[in-house]
Design a protein around this ligand. Structure first.
Ligand code: 0CH
Ligand code: SF4
Length: 314
């Protein structure tokens, strides 16, 4: 049994930045750090931070006035930010800069009265935050999840100004076909060159396409509410490879690996590398050879944290 590790996999620059913001804030402020929503969608990351005293809340109203709040990597709406200001909270913004970029563009569209379409998953916090940047009652932002939704769109008649944006963690393939259909229906629509799917999401999906050509089974390490991890598992299944999304090695059933020669492993952008390590150790105990990394794109992107949250290095 051989283990092949997807490359790249696991933590992206936005997740690393978000975790560093919270960990440094704990050291600097020495006070309770509240995080609006799960900082990133991974149960192990959340539990580790909870054990360090971090408190996760869904509503700003549940945070005592004058406390410290961190906005999760998925970003928040303008309304949420206003609520935090009203409660005089110290805001530490861990929104990924690539999500903030989309926020700015949606805000611009809203200011210019441009009717806007967002491609994304209903109810996902990033989508709620991005829709919540559009605060123009003369215009409108519509959410679509699939090509089917395009026919239900009620765009103002004679409107020749329309723009589109996307969630950052979508399926590259599905989004491409949605955009093609959008452009067919609204040839004058403007938007990003391709979509707003980030480099990490794209690279992890490409790595699976490569990996699945060689492996008999694919393990995707990532929590159930992690959109980018779910897209990896979805892609594996679409390619036709036996795919299982797991939180950790504890979810693995021995019958899954019975008679399998090549086992592929990847991890979503919010899944820590120690979970990958635990899986490979477990498989080695079951008789597998030491893991090998497949060749892939080297990710050099790194996002800075705010200056006041940097710790001195000695
Ligand atoms: O993939 P989603 O957006 O559900 O979030 P995650 O699993 O926490 O990964 C980090 C992405 C955060 C925002 O793009
Ligand atoms: Fe940023 Fe992409 Fe990571 Fe989301 S998945 S935090 S957009 S780098």
């Amino acid at each position: 049994m051989d283990i092949l590790l997807a490359n790249p996999r696991g933590f992206c620059a936005g997740v690393k930045r978000a975790i560093l913001i919270v960990e440094n804030a704990l050291k600097i402020y020495k006070k309770t750090i509240y995080v609006k929503h799960e900082l990133v969608h991974n149960q192990y990351v959340i539990n580790q931070l909870r054990n360090k005293g971090v408190v996760f809340v869904e509503k700003i109203l549940d945070i005592p006035n004058n406390s410290i709040v961190v906005f999760s990597a998925h970003g928040v709406s303008k309304k949420t930010k206003e609520q935090a200001i009203k409660k005089q909270l110290i805001i530490l913004n861990a929104t990924c800069p690539l999500v903030s970029k989309v926020h700015k563009e949606v805000l611009q569209a809203s200011k210019k009265n441009i009717e806007t379409i967002l491609i994304g998953h209903k109810g996902h916090p990033e989508v709620i935050g991005t829709i919540g940047q559009y605060d123009n009652t003369n215009g409108k932002i519509h959410l679509i999840e699939s090509i089917k939704d395009i026919n239900q769109l009620q765009i103002k008649k004679n409107n020749k100004k329309l723009s589109f944006f996307t969630q950052t963690t979508l399926s590259v393939k599905h989004t491409k076909s949605i955009i093609e259909a959008l452009k067919k229906k609204f040839p004058y629509i403007s938007g990003p060159k391709k979509e707003d799917i980030c480099y990490a999401t794209t690279n992890r999906q490409n790595a699976i396409i490569k990996l699945s050509k060689i492996t008999d089974i694919l393990f995707v390490i990532g929590s159930r509410n992690s959109s980018n991890s779910n897209r990896l598992a979805e892609l594996g299944k679409e390619i036709g490879i036996f795919t299982k999304q797991i939180e950790s090695f504890m979810d693995i059933k021995t019958e899954w690996i019975k008679n399998k020669k090549y086992i592929g492993i990847t991890a979503g952008a919010s899944a820590p590398e120690f979970l990958v390590h635990q899986v490979t150790k477990y498989l080695q105990k079951m008789g597998a050879n030491p893991p090998k990394e497949i060749l892939g794109i080297e990710e050099k992107i790194n996002f800075n944290i705010p200056k006041h949250l940097k710790l001195p290095s000695y």
